[in-house]
Design a binder for this molecule. Structure first.
Ligand code: SF4
Length: 783
């Protein structure tokens, strides 16, 4: 943690710099690129029934899109407007009216014909509804009856047989905190959140490497750092306003390096709409792109370090920051031994990069005085995601790129407020203010006034799988309470997930809209409860951005949904019904009282109790965590972690597949066509040379398959690392094995070995496919 405070937004130079232009043709005419003005007009049209409210949300509220974070239209990094089409697209969730009754109560098969996009467009959930076995339609139910039914069931169950889950969806810290507390009050540690499927390895890895699971620096540190590295992160697509910061960084001479299997067009050049020069002529973003194999990042980073150790032999001090290592780092000797034990050929094979390229990056970083590493799901969504992230921390620690200006480690988040979910304790491994260790548990028990269960709660993937355990198993999932989320579209193997969802006695969906999971049967009842958005919540709420800014978002005047309630209030109401004795320990008067308790239970959040007006914000931990190299670990030092190369099991003739995002916000799809590369949702992105070898032509129908599933699409040739292919998420989840988790952080594996064939050939030989013939070989992949 540090004492230095963030110094607020800076001004961007207005003088153009033609050396950064992406094109001399104004507005990128004729190029494949987003049309921001057209998209904005579309959003205005969509919100025409509620424009004044939409405007108030944009100008007064904290963005409920990605976790870059902005209050109103001004951020903490650069002066000038901050808004993007992701936020504008999400806006409609807040302004639309309720679903029409005749549609809400239509035959379930009629609703099931709709996609999640179509269901979302129907409108908000107006009042509690229920569907029991044999019923073809949802029927209205009162709040009392709904909560009594859920609480009666909970009373009859062992708390290990129910589980809570919360997505992000604009959810506030107050809601996360109350849910974490209510779950423990009810006696369960089965509580998890959306970061389990995105950044849980970042938190786990950073905790073991530097003692704290959050970004150590600010976006302002990008601007003027020597090197800004985006590793497995397409920030231009998922956190669009980050391109404005990239532009500012380039104006200060920062080199931007992108490491990804696919040379993503949006990270290559971008037309930043709020900067006139860039809106007209675009901006070149990446100075260099390293196209690494899917899963080849650890080897690449070993290669960088291996060269650093070689440089040191020739000239000590030319690559490693020895003063920093001596004072602030453990594990140097064992890391050095481990790295030197790898042969260049091994590293080249695993990373897919030539030695010379690894040396290039090593030398660039070695001669740089500062660097910021930004990463995302390209690193985390692997069965070795925690090692991927600790490996980045290794690079930063060896060079002393941490705890000072223009340096740091940044797991950039894609979902507003998700950073706060774990920090508030809505997580099976943590409580507010720390882990589940004896000391922190006792401390929180004192504050809460009740005992916290000692047993280890399950991560969400395991909770889901517990639904198919035998009836008498002590962890058989019988009641699943979800705030948002659509596991049918976020978890691997959707057919298996459906089976799990159907095998729960009572499933509760507390949400603002319907999605495809809401429509799945349950053994006793599916109950749907209407939630308020963050802008409707009386007393407002706070959310924490990637750079640890805790923003206050006020309640915003506007139309309201008939019976929607604040999510924290619903949890408290339920808890009181399940365990009425001692209910005073779980009661809150309002969100101000919750914030007061958060400040006590989560000491990093000291100051949150004072947030009460629009625009109020503070940054926990100061400008830089680990300031001056002092890490919040027991001995104050960072830990270098030695690791093996991951075993990449790709049998001969197979490709690795990973998933990518198109025009979407997490699992919500906003267009079938990606504005950056014109790819359709079912396009299979592949290298042209791979296509030629398989006699596959651009646009041709192909089948991608393995023993987990089959994906029908069309070949699209893009600059993607040979031997690797990409499909869109969540459509491509059919190819991903179920039940494979990273062993420390519990994130599901989202990559697999696949075969790709022309559809014509595949269907001609369907009966002889290896699902029947070569099962032994394929079994190896997930064993
Ligand atoms: S970049 Fe993220 S935080 Fe900023 S406006 Fe867009 S969605 Fe909101």
């Amino acid at each position: 943690m540090g004492n230095t405070k963030h110094t607020g937004p800076i001004k961007l130079s207005k003088k153009p710099d033609p050396s950064l232009w992406a094109s001399k043709v104004p507005f990128g005419l004729g190029k494949i690129k987003p049309h921001h003005i057209r998209d904005t007009m579309k959003v205005v049209w969509e919100n025409k029934d509620n424009l004044p409210y939409a405007t108030r949300i944009l100008t007064q509220g904290v963005c409920d899109g990605c976790a870059l974070g902005v209050s109103g239209l001004q951020d903490q990094t650069l002066k000038g407007p901050h808004v993007c089409t992701t936020r504008l697209n999400v806006l409609r969730l807040n302004t639309m009216s309720a679903i029409k009754e005749n549609i809400l109560h239509a035959d379930i098969d009629e609703l099931r014909k709709m996609s999640s996009t179509e269901l979302r467009q129907l409108g908000r959930i107006p009042y509690p509804i229920i569907r029991e076995p044999g019923e073809r339609r949802f029927r209205r139910i009162s709040w009392d009856d709904a909560l009594d039914k859920i609480s009666d069931k909970m009373k009859a169950l062992d708390p290990k047989q129910y589980a809570f889950y919360t997505t992000s969806r604009g959810i506030t810290n107050e809601v996360y905190y109350t849910l974490g507390k209510v779950a423990r009050y009810l006696g369960t540690n089965n509580i998890d959140n959306a970061s389990r499927i995105c950044h849980s390895p970042s938190k786990t890895a950073l905790s073991r490497s530097i003692g704290v699971g959050a970004s150590t620096c600010n976006y302002k540190d990008w601007i003027g750092t020597d090197v800004l590295v985006f590793w497995g992160s397409v920030a231009a697509n998922n956190q669009p306003v980050s391109t404005k910061y990239m532009y500012a960084a380039k104006r200060k001479g920062t080199k931007i390096i992108v490491i990804n299997p696919y040379h993503e067009p949006s990270m290559d050049h971008y037309w930043v709409p709020s900067i006139p020069e860039s809106a007209l002529f675009g901006t070149k973003i990446a100075d260099d792109v390293y196209q690494v194999n899917i899963g080849g990042d650890i080897a690449f980073m070993h290669g960088v370090m291996k060269h650093w150790f070689d440089m040191e032999e020739n000239k000590p001090g030319s690559a490693i920051n020895h003063d920093f290592i001596k004072d602030h780092v453990n594990g140097f000797a064992s890391l050095k031994n481990k790295v030197q034990s790898f042969r260049w050929e091994q590293l080249e094979k695993s990373s897919g990069l030539e030695k010379a390229r690894m040396i290039e990056l090593a030398e660039l970083l070695a001669k740089s005085k500062s660097a910021v590493f930004v990463w995302s799901m390209g690193l985390t969504q692997h069965r070795f995601g925690t090692d991927n992230v600790s490996q980045i921390a290794n690079l930063a620690l060896l060079r002393g790129f941490i705890g000072r200006e223009h340096c740091g480690l940044m797991p950039i988040r894609g979902h507003s407020g998700v950073q706060g979910s774990g920090e508030m304790g809505a997580d099976p491994f943590v409580l507010p203010g720390g882990g589940m260790d004896e000391k922190n548990r006792k401390r929180v028990e004192e504050i809460w006034g009740f005992d916290i269960p000692k047993w280890q709660g399950d991560i969400v993937g395991v909770s889901l799988e517990n639904a198919i355990l035998p009836e008498d198993h002590e962890r058989k999932l019988k009641l699943f309470y979800m705030s948002g989320g659509n596991f049918l579209e976020t978890m691997p193997d959707p057919d298996f997930v459906k089976q799990c969802l159907e095998n729960v006695d009572i499933r509760v969906h507390q949400d603002i809209i319907l999605n495809t999971s809401t429509l799945v049967d349950a053994k006793e009842a599916t109950i749907v409860l209407p939630a308020m958005t963050r802008y409707e919540q009386p007393g407002g709420g706070t959310s924490t951005s990637t750079e640890r800014m805790v923003y206050y978002s006020p309640e915003i005047k506007g139309p309201r949904i008939e019976e929607a309630r604040s999510e924290w209030e619903i949890y408290v109401d339920l808890a009181k019904r399940v365990k009425p004795d001692g209910q005073h320990v779980i009661d809150f008067k309002d969100t101000f009282e919750i914030r007061k308790e958060i400040a006590e239970a989560a000491p990093n959040y000291e100051g949150v109790q004072h947030l009460k007006d629009r625009g109020d914000v503070f940054q926990w931990g100061g400008a830089w965590l680990c300031e001056d190299g002092v890490c919040p670990t027991p001995d104050g030092k960072g830990n270098l972690i030695s690791m093996e190369l991951p075993e990449l099991r790709k049998p001969e003739g197979h490709f690795y597949v990973t998933t990518r995002r198109g025009k979407q916000f997490n699992s919500m799809i906003y267009s079938d066509k990606d504005p950056f590369n014109a790819a359709d949702r079912y396009d299979v992105l592949m290298n042209e040379k791979d296509g030629q070898e398989l006699d596959i032509h651009e646009g041709e129908a192909v089948v991608v398959y393995n023993q987990h599933g089959t994906f029908n699409g069309r070949a699209k040739f893009v600059p993607l690392k040979s031997g690797n292919i990409e499909v869109h998420w969540p459509e491509g989840n059919v190819l991903i094995p179920k039940g494979v988790y990273e062993h420390l952080a519990g994130i599901p594996e989202y990559n697999a070995a696949v075969i790709i064939e022309k559809a014509e050939t595949y269907f001609a030989h369907k009966d002889t496919k290896y699902v029947e013939k070569r099962i032994d070989e394929l079994e190896m992949e997930t064993s």
